[in-house]
Design a protein around this ligand. Structure first.
Ligand SMILES: C[S@@+](CC[C@H](N)C(=O)[O-])C[C@H]1O[C@@H](n2cnc3c(N)ncnc32)[C@H](O)[C@@H]1O
Length: 309
């Protein structure tokens, strides 16, 4: 297949986005008798219904059932009622397409597109898709910097993929995040056995930890925010404790530019930061022995700072 052909490059994401927008997805979630019923239900032409149904079946998003068509499991992730953590990346990918279409305006004004409640739930679902192998590699790299921490604060822990891995390796983990995220994931965090603390890392953090860790959070911060967060992380550590954040560091990650571009559509401040920016922000608030290294087999780096005894 010619991946560069005009009908291939953006085919799937545009198809699914248009089907979500027009209500084709809803019709298939409910089950439809066929082309005419789909056209009538979604308010699209029969020609369009015929064509998109063929595409959706070919891609495995729809299947024949009971003389009509219905959504497969792959399409059910777009059901607004689907569990947030079962959604995977697809709903957020479609939201991102919409956001990318607004990039000219975002680039002119600096204002990101408005985020909806539905988009927030899709974003939280997308957070949980970080690959197991990346989680393990990152936590192993962190444990080289601070072997066997008894207590870990996972700041901006979201769905708790990293917090759960620290807990699996024997640490007592407190997961810190904004109240909206914690409310949405309350039963999930309880299932994982993680303590949770709600707040804003730029305001204050709970104290008394061997290790303060965060993953994929500081790319939403300005340089001034970085300092405020690092100051709070410093205060949250016991003497002799270690701070580690894992990020795509500008100039080191193979994804630094394209991730910064993506951040244009997500926040009004987000960006990637250089190793020098991380280093000077950490040293300014009192951290010593700052180290910034690649995490093997991932696109991420670890940024390490130590609090003296
Ligand atoms: C991209 S998600 C990463 C989640 C998780 N660390 C991971 O890597 O899977 C960023 C998380 O940081 C949280 N966050 C961002 N800014 C924050 C702040 N100022 N205080 C607390 N949490 C924050 C967000 O709510 C979100 O859960």
């Amino acid at each position: 297949m010619d991946e560069d052909a005009i009908y291939n490059r953006h085919f799937e994401v545009f198809l699914l986005w248009a089907c979500r927008e027009t209500g084709v997805v809803d019709e298939l979630l409910a089950g439809t008798e066929g082309t005419a019923a789909l056209a009538a239900g979604a308010g699209i032409t029969e020609r369009a219904a015929d064509i998109v149904l063929g595409c959706l079946v070919e891609l495995g998003y729809a299947e024949r059932a009971d003389g009509g068509y219905r959504a497969t499991e792959s399409l059910r992730v777009l059901d607004p009622e689907a569990d947030v953590l079962d959604r995977g990346m697809l709903p957020h990918r479609l939201d991102s397409l919409e956001n990318y279409m607004q990039l000219p305006e975002v680039m002119r004004t600096g204002e990101p597109p408005e985020h909806t409640d539905a988009g927030f739930r899709n974003f939280v679902g997308a957070m949980a898709t970080v690959e197991d192998v990346a989680v393990r590699e990152i936590v192993t790299t962190v444990e080289h910097a601070h072997p066997r921490p008894d207590t870990v604060l996972d700041v901006g822990g979201g769905p708790g993929r990293f917090g759960a891995e620290f807990a699996r390796r024997g640490a007592d983990v407190a997961l810190f995040d904004r109240p909206g995220v914690l409310d949405l994931l309350e039963s999930h965090h309880a299932d994982l056995g993680l303590d949770v603390v709600a707040g804003d890392a730029l305001e204050s953090l709970p104290a008394g930890f061997d290790l303060v860790f965060s993953a994929r959070m500081t790319t939403s911060f300005t340089p001034a925010d970085l300092r405020a967060y690092f100051e709070n992380a410093f205060d949250a550590l016991k003497p002799g404790g270690t701070f580690v954040c894992t990020e795509r560091v500008r100039g080191m990650s193979e994804m630094d530019n394209r991730f910064a571009f993506h951040m244009l559509t997500l926040t009004d401040t987000g960006n990637t930061h250089t190793a020098d920016e991380y280093r000077s922000a950490l040293e300014d608030v009192g951290f010593v022995d700052v180290e910034i290294d690649d995490v093997p087999r991932t696109e991420f780096q670890t940024v390490v700072g130590r609090k003296e005894r």
